[in-house]
Design a protein around this ligand. Sequence first.
Ligand code: ADP
Ligand code: MG
Ligand code: MG
Length: 874
Amino acid sequence: APAIVKPIYFFDEADGKNKMLLGGKGAGLAEMTRLGLPVPPGFIITTEICEKFYEAGRRLPDGLMDEVRRSISRLESLTGKKFGDPQNPLLVSVRSGAPVSMPGMMDTILNLGLNDETVEGLSRKSNDPRFAWDAYRRFIQMFGKIVLGVDDRKFDSILAGKDLSNPKVLKDIAMSFKSLCEGTGGKKFPADPYKQLELAIDAVFRSWTGKRAVEYRKQHNITPDMAGGTAVTIVTMVFGNMGSDSCTGVVFTRDPETGEKQLYGDYLINAQGEDVVSGRATPNHIDSLVSEMPDVYQQLLGVCEKLESHFKEPQDVEFTVEKGRLYILQTRAAKMNAVAAVKTSIDLYHEGLITKTAALERIDPEGLEQILYRRIDPHVKQKAIATGIGASPGAASGIAVFDVAQAEALGKKGEKVILVREDTKPDDVPAFFQSVGILTSRGGKTSHAAVVARGMGKPCVVGCSQIEIDAEGKSFSVGGKKVVVSEGQKITIDGSTGRVYVGEIPTVEPEISSEFKELLQWSSEMKGIKIRANADTVESAALARKYGAEGIGLCRTERMFNQHDRIMQFVSMIMAENEEERRRALAELEPLQKSDFKAILREMNGLPVTIRLLDPPLHEFLPKEEDLMQKIFELKSSSAKPSEIARIEKILHRVHELSEINPMLGHRGVRMGISFPEIYETQIRSICEAAAELAKEGVAVEPQIMVPQVGLVEELAAVRQIFESVKREVEHRHRIKLKIKFGSMIEVVRACLVADDIAHLVDFISFGTNDLTQATFSFSREDAEGKFLPFYLEKGIVSVNPFQSIDRKGVGRLMKMAVDMARKEKKDIEIGICGEHGGDPRSIEFCSTAGLDYVSASSHRIPIAILAAAQSAI
Ligand code: ADP
Ligand code: MG
Ligand code: MG
């Protein structure tokens, strides 16, 4: 038999810990009642009844209203007032409240129980007709809007310009409101308080599936098992609108912007409910309550302290003062920004309220982004013109530039440039270096632009589909042609929020507070898995070390070619038609690579540095076919020198030769290393030479050489041979012994399947989960994110983007298998993960449990990774 459901709980009998049943608001009121705080009496209709309401096809369960009547009579005896009594009416509020906080998303009705008779009673009893009619007109408005579906703006237009301190005017307003409701609904406005109550309860349950609430749950990933419905909480009304010794307000027990331990909030004298947040009047700062109502202020301070020590979490509290008497109407955990979250965590620990683990657990690692990057000054009021996907955090202002060459040229001159493109390709990278930010109208968080920008720590907004780019006309527009931004005009982007602004918006520097340092310190002590950085430059390596990275897990050599003016030498290496030519070009590149490696190894001072040999297909470094054709066309029509035309035609020819149907599955990584062994040979020699020279200087070094795209052990064996002979040769020349680890990436499905054989040949393996995810799903990342993944997410086919967070069931299982096989073959083999997932908290948790030795995350995200690692070790 189904368990008998108790539909209603009074505040003083409910278990305030049971938010699932009572909703957050009801549970908080129950808890506060038990703590002896001044909460007006009331009761809760549970979330179970909400579920029943929907099961029954949006009908209140039979018998519920009888229970409600019984509860109201208990309220009557508790308050000494009577529901619907023209002499001394009891009024209540009917409030929504889900197990998960959804501020303002559902509906609440105040002053319920008023009608043309009880309003007179209220007026006589309070001896304040203004107050009584004010309460009544508010009730009609809320009831009309929420229950009867009257357009709120119609009420507002009746209110406009009226003198709300005059009781006669208020009465007229109330009557006009009523006729408005009756005109819209075609029915008499319900006068019977129980009818009002029934309709209000029904409306609150309905608001659970209202558009606003559904959208909110979607945005915040609130699933039915986290909140299956709303409770309805019915509370005896107390009145903040009974004159100058009454008020209503909201107070945070600590400042949610800075975390300072001081009351933060607003209140309004002679006002009710929503007035404070509605923005209709400017409220007073809570500090003025000290002088306006000193006793109340002291009492409020006491309440706040009690709440904090009970909930062990700063609270956001609603209160009302009725003729000098304080009432508390709601409490919930205060939402705060990352700065405040960090500060309060450290403070609550030092105040002895929470443990170190609890202090770490209450901080969202992702949220730390706010602290680690430059951001828009929070005081700025200017609105964004468009919002895309925040793909690489930080804020930057600069002039919009639509052309890669132009961006590079202007950037070199010291101009602050924001590169605006539909999407980006690897050969746009030199322009990234010269830009302060990147904005694209297409692509997702793992699109090329996003990945590269994150690696460089440059602010980037992608997938900003609201902007229409006219690359030819060098401008973009928003909302038809409402806003047009042309080349050279200043814009500001915020890569954390994805917002785009016109003009230069003030930004603020990230601040590493002493609390933040303490937090990192604790996290480092508590975490198990090691944290390394993805870093290709000395600056990035230095930042990683500053944050406490324990090495570099991925140094991409191709990034070094993109840098500076080396791309030219690199291009001539690619253009080489035979080995001899290629070797000549490589000989020019070798010293450049060596000096890069030396600088990074020196910076890391003995910490491991994993260097990946060249990975992307060569053609990525050449200009695009259509650009070359265009160029040739221009040269020909301007009667340029034949030699110049021939030069470009030669490049075009090479582009054709190198072009592939599926470049990401084509001639790249180790496959290229095998067909052009001199490329890897040169890279390996640069690394060995760098190590040898530094060792001679007495600098501690620990380079690791990593081969990408391995699927066959035979591929690896071939590169290993090159590695050994080059190493021997360098050791011989410098007369020293080099300690260099040799390893393989595991990013091809076959590599997972033969991980034991691979382990046999290497000192370490490192999962490249970007490629492994693509290969496991047979999804191409760019296409997936651009076309169908958003749809999959919406339909619930996948719950998270597998390129953002490791897919545990599939990719994760392959990884686990590979780890087991590799460790069986070689117990102490070092295993890590590099690539995007290394900085994702959920993936870090997975890697910790899968027994990896380290994760590698982009330098800027090291603190996030350290905190996430600590949390997964708790
Ligand atoms: P929300 O979830 O949107 O905050 P609430 O149910 O908390 O909605 O109520 C809206 C406003 O009405 C709040 O300011 C609250 O303090 C006030 N309020 C709710 N119930 C009462 C009551 N019984 N007496 C006085 N004010 C109330
Ligand atoms: Mg509230
Ligand atoms: Mg890869």
